[in-house]
Every structure is written in structure tokens, then in C-alpha cells.
Design a binder for this molecule. Structure first.
Ligand code: PLP
Length: 425
């Protein structure tokens, strides 16, 4: 493992309590990929909102599946198929436990958050929405929580209503209340914004929506990896997240939904696995969760996701959240100390996202200079173009945190920004 010396201002804003919640330097040893140099510098990986790195436990679970147990699930009586099925279903139970869902039957494997949102828009929306109905989203949604509703809107004639947010990136709840009305059929809202870091008040949103009998879908792509998320505590009706942002593999994620809603929804895709019986005249659908899992699933992905969850549980999501909050505060204080850096998103309730803009240089140029120093950040609109439009900027530089980041990583970022200032003035 590569360790770097602390920067000169390493004690700025240091919250000893939060920062000592976990030992990131020890946990980094679980992530082989972090121990390398990029462009001659120790890798500083700060692109965790795009995707997280995978601990050895996840890599081993996937390779063990292929080395020892590879077989299709649910259809075989032979031993390998039974082992694969057991592991695949055990991972579903891990997802259930992790988000405190009442039943594993309510946990549907999907490719990721995007597919979870598409499933609900397509299946629930096509069944229950009609022309003139309205769906409420917020102004800080990822495109995956805008476009599926928009497509449905064009098809059926539903209207998209958007809750605006203030300059700090906080939702205007009064506006939400005022657009919630008798034509509202769904509220679909991001839990933690990937562009701003804002953590939205899901409980309050659910309370207002449910008072009108409106279901709530939560895009939890950025929350589930960074804080304890309890679907029963949130009170929502649907929630989706992605495995690859949760230290698990790509191509797998989960949609949770209330059984009474999922049971009444038509299948999203059709084919094998989602049926109980088929004749040329009629098909009887399988029960939950299989009704929504047509075809051979991503078995290795599900097993890898289960391993990621067990790994996170071994650290504890409360501790991860406390640590990342402290690291965020440290990062914000350090970035605020640099003249010419404008932080985008300073909500009171905020997760580990440091999105910033500099008049001196285009975000892509900043990203290139940071990469030359071994620092991986994301530059662009982060699939949230309406957020960029709200602030009148084309893009931001986004450093996004994980529990394996430390104050040295932030100090390296700050030093590299100094280099940007040197180059661009
Ligand atoms: N929602 C949010 C808030 C995200 O940050 C992302 C990905 O960045 C998504 C949805 C889409 O996730 P995926 O591409 O894994 O489906």
C-alpha cells in the first residue's frame, strides 16, 4: 500500500470523532486496485459516485462462483445448479436484510438503478397512468429518473412536474406541496443527488404524497452505498440501487417494491423464469420476485452483490456514514479555502460529493490536469444536465468520496488544484 505524508493543512476542520469512526488506511488493503501508481503518482480515486472499487471479498465471490459452482439457477436438480441457486437466493436475502425490506420476495434483481426506474415507469405507469395524469420529480434528478417518465409522458399523455431547489441545492418543499394534487399519480425522487450531494427529506415527501394516496419511488443509487437505508423507515413504495456503486459488480442492482403493488403490476419483460405455465393460448405468471426476472439472470453479479453487502455490514453503515460525513466537512473546508473555487451544492443534509466550478478553467481541462497527478475525478454534467442549467454552468468537477478515501486524498486534490491555478492563472 502506498501512503503519503499529510498535507500542510491536514488539521483544517478535522472532526476527530467522525474521522476515527473507521480506519481507511487499513480498509484500503482490501482493495487491490487502489495500490497502484497512475501517471507516476499514487492513485487517488475520487470518482466513487460514478462507480466504486471492489474489495477482494467481492472479486473472490465472483471467481469462486465461476471456478466451483457455475450453473444456471432454479431449473436444475444437479448439485452445481442447487449451489448456484442457493448462493443467488442467499444474496437476495442479504439485500433484503441490508435495506430492511419485509420480504426477500419484494427484492427484484435488475441491472441497476436505471433498470429499476424503467421497470416501475413501464410496468406501474402503463397500468395505472392515463392522459392528464402527473408525475412529480425534482430538479436534481439523474437523467435515469427523468427520461423514463418523459417517454411514458409522450406515449400516454402524462405531465412531468418538477420540484425546484434553492441555491444551496435544497428542495423547496412548499413548491412540492403546491404541485402535489389530485392528478398526481407518482412521486419519484432521488435520495442523494449525484451532482450536488443533497440528501432529500424522503420521510417528509412520503408523508405528503401518501396523504393523497400517491406512491413514492426512491432513486437510492447514491444513498444506499453511503448511509444506512431502511425502506420501512423511509416509508416509500419503491426503491432502486446499483451494485457497482455499492462496491459490488456492474450489471446488477436491486429494485425493492411493496408486495401489494408489485403483485398487481404486469411483467416488465417476458420469457423464461417469469412464468408458471405457458400454453399457446395463455401464460400464467410466476410469483414474486420471479415474475420480474425474465431470462437467465446475472448470477455471478448477484453473488458479488451479496458479498459486497456482507463486506459493508462487517464495517457497519453507521460508521461509514459518520466517517464520510467528517471527510466531506474536511474537504469542503479545504476547497472553500481556495480562491476561485466555487462549490456547487451546500445543502445542510449532504453526502460525500464535492462538486465545484472554477471560472479560470473548463472542468475537462481541470480533470486532465488532476489525472496527470494521479487523481481520478469526474468532469461533466454527471447525467444531471438540468442541475447544470439551474446554476448556469456547463459542467462541474466532481470529487466523490468513499470510506477508503482519507484526508491525504483531499490534500492531494487541493495541491493539484493549486497546479491548475498555476497553469490557468
Ligand atoms: N441515479 C443516480 C442518482 C445516479 O447517480 C446514477 C448513476 O450515476 C443512476 C441513477 C444510474 O445508475 P446506473 O447507471 O447504475 O443504473
Amino acid at each position: 500500500m502506498t501512503t503519503r505524508s499529510r498535507g500542510p493543512n491536514a488539521d483544517v476542520g478535522l472532526r476527530a470523532d467522525g474521522l476515527s469512526a473507521i480506519d481507511p488506511n487499513k480498509l484500503r488493503d482490501d482493495f487491490p486496485i487502489l495500490h497502484q501508481e497512475v501517471n507516476g503518482r499514487p492513485l487517488v480515486y475520487l470518482d466513487n459516485a460514478a462507480t466504486t472499487q471492489k474489495p477482494r471479498a467481492v472479486i473472490d465471490a465472483i471467481s469462486n462462483y465461476y471456478l466451483l459452482n457455475n450453473a444456471n439457477v432454479h431449473r436444475g436438480v444437479h448439485t452445481l445448479s442447487q449451489r448456484a441457486t442457493d448462493d443467488y437466493e442467499a444474496a437476495r436475502e442479504s439485500v433484503r436484510r441490508f435495506i430492511n425490506a419485509p420480504s426477500a420476495d419484494e427484492v427484484i434483481y435488475v441491472r441497476g438503478t436505471t433498470e429499476g426506474l424503467n421497470l416501475v415507469a413501464s410496468s406501474y405507469g402503463r397500468k395505472y397512468f392515463s392522459a392528464g395524469d402527473e408525475v412529480i420529480i425534482t430538479g436534481m434528478e439523474h437523467h435515469s429518473n427523468i427520461v423514463p417518465w418523459q417517454i411514458l409522458g409522450k406515449e400516454i399523455g402524462i405531465k412531468l412536474r418538477v420540484v425546484p431547489f434553492n441555491d444551496d441545492g435544497e428542495l423547496l418543499m412548499d413548491e412540492f406541496e403546491s404541485i402535489l394534487n389530485d392528478r398526481t399519480r407518482m412521486v419519484s425522487v432521488v435520495h442523494q443527488s449525484n451532482a450536488l450531494g443533497t440528501i432529500n427529506p424522503i420521510n417528509a415527501i412520503v408523508e405528503l404524497a401518501h396523504a393523497r394516496g400517491v406512491p413514492v419511488m426512491v432513486d437510492a443509487a447514491q444513498s444506499v452505498p453511503h448511509m444506512p437505508v431502511d425502506v420501512q423507515g423511509l416509508g416509500a413504495d419503491f426503491l432502486a440501487f446499483s451494485g457497482h456503486k455499492l462496491y459490488g459488480p456492474t450489471g446488477i442492482g436491486a429494485l425493492w417494491g411493496r408486495a401489494e403493488l408489485l403483485n398487481d403490476m404486469p411483467p416488465y419483460q417476458s420469457g423464461g423464469e417469469m412464468i408458471r405455465s405457458v400454453t399457446f393460448e395463455e401464460t400464467i405468471y410466476n410469483t414474486l420476485p420471479h415474475k420480474f426476472e425474465a431470462g437467465t439472470p446475472d448470477i455471478a453479479g448477484a453473488i458479488g452483490l451479496g458479498a459486497a453487502i456482507e463486506y459493508l455490514e462487517s464495517i457497519g453503515m453507521e460508521r461509514i456514514a459518520a466517517y464520510e460525513q467528517a471527510l466531506l466537512k474536511y474537504g469542503e473546508e479545504r476547497l472553500r479555502g481556495i480562491e476561485g473555487v466555487r462549490l456547487i451544492g451546500s445543502a445542510q443534509e449532504k453526502g460525500g460529493i464535492l462538486s465545484f466550478y472554477m471560472d479560470a478553467a473548463h472542468p475537462h481541462d481541470i480533470g486532465t490536469i488532476l489525472d496527470a497527478q494521479g487523481i481520478a475525478v469526474r468532469t461533466g454534467h454527471h447525467c444531471a444536465q438540468p442541475v447544470m442549467a439551474r446554476y448556469g454552468i456547463p459542467a462541474t468537477v466532481r470529487a466523490s468520496l468513499a470510506f477508503y478515501n482519507n484526508t491525504d486524498d483531499i490534500d492531494a486534490l487541493v495541491k493539484a488544484i493549486d497546479r491548475v491555478i498555476e497553469v490557468f492563472g
